[in-house]
Design a protein around this ligand. Sequence first.
Ligand code: BEZ
Length: 209
Amino acid sequence: MSAPSMTLFHNPASPFVRKVMVLLHETGQTDRVALQASQLTPVNPDPALNKDNPLGKIPALRLADGNVIYDSRVILDYLDHQHVGNPLIPREGSARWRRLTLASLADGIMDAAVMIRYEVALRSPEKHWDAWLDSQRDKIRRALALLEADAIAELTSHFDVAAISVACALGYLDLRHPDLEWRKENPKLAQWYFEVSQRPSMIATMPKV
Ligand code: BEZ
């Protein structure tokens, strides 16, 4: 085993970081990446991260040549070009745009869920903006409803960028927002998630509370 040639700014709770980690596991590349812990919040930045990514966001990946790439979509695309197995992001055709659109939908769920987390965990209750929180929760509900109605067969067909992204979004809802009880309205998605949760890549990257 050679020394890792890349460094990933990492926090196990971040669903965006988890996507990268799951792809590394699925493509047999975990040994190539060292993890640099980043304990950041919007009001408590990580100076080392800010030097490499002025946006101060994780994940960011420092490559062997010192260049840094971000955000998670770019990192997934990069890493998917670094292995010899079947691509997890279709390279062309309508499948590419459909799978990337499903992945973007999952990213939107993560965005809304992380925003809710920050608002609720970091701001005092009297400052919570309830209408804004409701609107974030509505985005999540609408996105899940679309997946439940239209995408189960597609998610089941490949564990690729779309499925990885949806699985990490659902994992984050379980971690931070169990109160949303997303399984109640989405039983097919719940069954699909139960099955993919048993993949070694999902078990190895499961965040601990
Ligand atoms: C969290 O603890 O929920 C979290 C940490 C890093 C990035 C996003 C979310």
